[in-house]
Design a protein around this ligand. Structure first.
Ligand code: ZN
Length: 600
């Protein structure tokens, strides 16, 4: 088309569109700049981003809630090695001090404390009923320190009883240390590889990966030291190791003539981080929530899809400067409107990448009553629209949401509304579990996801602005028309695995092996136990009468301190087993029997 044939109206639209794209992109350029270093939760750069968003909210005319644009919450950001780590082995009456950092090192999930006493060898330290394998069968480890091999049996064998060369979850450090604790051990020693590579090596202390406390002192020790330890008890480590791999029969036993004295010194850093919150009041006290997370991976030590690039800023232009910029632009648009029937709460969440922490904190500590929240709109990764296609999740969670979406002009985009249940690995899930209808906007995954190459120059601002026009119209309807009633949609069983990153396992959710339970864990863990964000109707937990808000403190006669405990305990059961489950509900301890089923 020649320029001369453009109508004046179309030309005006074009001229108007350009500044909108520039304004949208300007936020992304700043949030995903070299200066903000990837906005890692717990970093000063995240705080700069929060200040920027709060300034934009204020300029848009939003009001602070509780006299502040910020809602603070604590986050465990990293584990640190203390200076008092010490390991002494007494073998046949002779004391040996093991070199810290060279021959042994605490794992980042280790608790701190002193332990001394007898040692028990427990093979790989694995209890796996699904493979008919249990290193703890017939051996009493209570009050002792357990010594185990890392990884799992037959790890170099394609036809292994376990999963061939691909490690199962039993091979993970947190799985092994939790299993040791649940069997009553007081400390855990994991030996570096004896038969494969890495014999003379210990892992580096990973301060960023999984700083959750396993509740037991846990260290990694060099294979050579382990060999001496077993030798003192008259055993040959290599023979035992090869023996287990050959016949899959555990060789667990007390190590006579050996005792261990361990002091583990690991601390965890807790930082205050901030959700940014701004309010546009309406005539009624009902309100719409429009939100996006503004944190990303920082320098990418954790959850990076390009681990070799750790130390380089993971800019997170699409994930999720794109959604944050969307929230700011919608705040400006609605802030300029004179009045409205319902209010709008604009939110930028921190801690999303660590497990929906900011949104979870908000829904558990709402500054405005959640019963008045008509819908939550979440935008996470909206900057890379391809071929005009946009994914919209959650349309089934409100009685008239689908009708609203269908009745809104598409602005030339195509919307895929096939996910109706409102569960996924982003912040809207926190609202779904509190029975607030949700809509989740997402332009799709791409090769730059969670990599330093997620940069602002790859943002498709033209389509993002079209999408914001669409979201804006949907929002207008939600603050003026009939309020959607929450509808509970049963998600497919596999819908929750994506959020496992935060908690070391989807526990009772779905993915993987082991029996099915049917609870959905809350990502903001209580001080002790596992809080259910939701319990699926018809699931074993649901049939037993367990409910959202219950805090599980016991499973099958064992204490449940955290999500990993529950994950490991559940895995040790089989479909068809009946277990006693203890939960706290309104301060009362309730005990129910749950009949576990197979995963579908
Ligand atoms: Zn992400």
């Amino acid at each position: 088309m020649r320029l001369a044939t453009l109508s004046i109206f179309a030309a005006a639209l074009l001229a108007a569109a350009e500044p909108a794209e520039q304004a949208y992109l300007a936020h992304i350029k700043y949030l995903a700049s070299e200066k903000l270093k990837g906005r890692g939760t717990g970093t000063p750069e995240l705080e700069q981003a929060a200040d920027y968003i709060a300034r934009e909210f204020k300029a848009a005319g939003l009001k602070p809630v509780d006299s502040s644009y910020f809602q603070k919450f604590p986050v465990t950001t990293q584990a640190k090695l203390g200076s008092k780590n010490r390991l002494t082995l007494t073998m046949q009456g002779k004391k040996t001090l093991v070199k810290f950092n060279e021959d042994f090192i605490p794992l980042n999930m280790s608790s701190s404390g002193d332990f001394s006493g007898e040692a028990v060898f427990v093979g790989y330290g694995i209890s796996a009923p699904e493979y008919n394998y249990d290193d703890y069968a017939g051996v009493d480890v209570s009050g002792k320190v357990v010594v185990m091999l890392r990884r799992e049996p037959q790890e170099t064998d394609d036809k292994a009883t376990f999963n061939g060369r691909v490690y199962t979850r039993h091979a993970q450090f947190d799985s092994k240390t939790t299993n040791a604790k649940l069997h009553g051990a007081k400390a855990a020693i994991i030996l570096s590889d004896v038969l494969s590579s890495g014999y003379g090596e210990i892992e580096k202390f990973a301060k960023n990966a999984g700083p959750a406390n396993a509740g037991i002192p846990a260290i990694m020790v060099k294979g050579e030291v382990g060999e001496k330890l077993l030798e003192a008890a008259g055993l040959k480590l290599r023979e035992i190791h090869e023996g287990i791999d050959k016949d899959m029969k555990p060789r667990s036993q007390l190590l006579g003539n050996v005792s261990v004295a361990l002091r583990a010194d690991v601390s965890r850093e807790v930082r205050q981080v901030r959700n940014v919150v701004g309010y546009l009041p309406g005539e009624s006290n009902e309100f719409l929530v429009v939100g996006a997370h503004y944190d990303h991976l920082g320098l990418g030590q954790q959850f990076s899809m390009a681990p070799s690039m750790a130390g380089k800023p993971h800019f997170g232009a699409d994930d999720n400067a794109s959604g944050t910029a969307g929230v700011i632009e919608l705040a400006k648009r609605f802030g300029a409107m004179a009045n409205r029937k319902r209010g709008i709460l604009f939110m930028a969440f921190a801690g999303e990448e660590l497990g929906l922490l900011g949104s979870s904190f908000f829904v558990n500590n709402p500054q405005l009553p959640l019963a008045k929240a008509v819908t939550m709109i979440n935008m996470d990764m909206i900057g890379r629209v391809k071929d005009g296609r946009v994914f919209v999740g959650g349309s089934g969670t409100g009685s008239n949401l689908k009708a609203i979406l269908d009745g809104t002009s598409t602005h030339g985009l195509q919307f895929d509304t096939s996910e109706t249940a409102g569960y996924g690995s982003s912040d809207h899930t926190s609202f779904t579990t509190k029975q607030v209808p949700v809509l989740f906007f997402f332009s799709g995954l791409h090769a730059d996801y969670h990599k330093p190459s997620d940069t602002w120059d790859k943002i498709n601002a033209v389509d993002a602005v079209k999408l914001l026009a669409y979201v804006g119209e949907v929002a207008e309807k939600l603050i003026s028309q009939e309020r959607p009633q929450y509808v509970r949609v049963l998600p497919p069983q596999s819908a929750h695995s994506g959020t496992a990153q935060s908690s070391g396992g989807s526990s009772g959710g779905s993915s993987g092996y082991g029996p099915y339970f049917g609870s959905i864990p809350d990502f903001a863990e209580p001080p002790k136990g596992v809080r259910f964000a939701d319990v699926r109707d018809g699931s074993p937990a649901g049939v037993a009468g367990l409910k959202a808000g219950d805090i599980m403190i016991g499973f099958d006669g064992k204490d449940v301190g955290n999500l990993m405990d529950f994950t490991v305990l559940l895995r040790q059961k089989r479909p068809g087993d009946e277990v006693e489950v203890k939960v706290l509900r309104a301060g009362q301890t309730i005990s129910v029997k749950v009949r576990l089923t197979a995963r579908k």
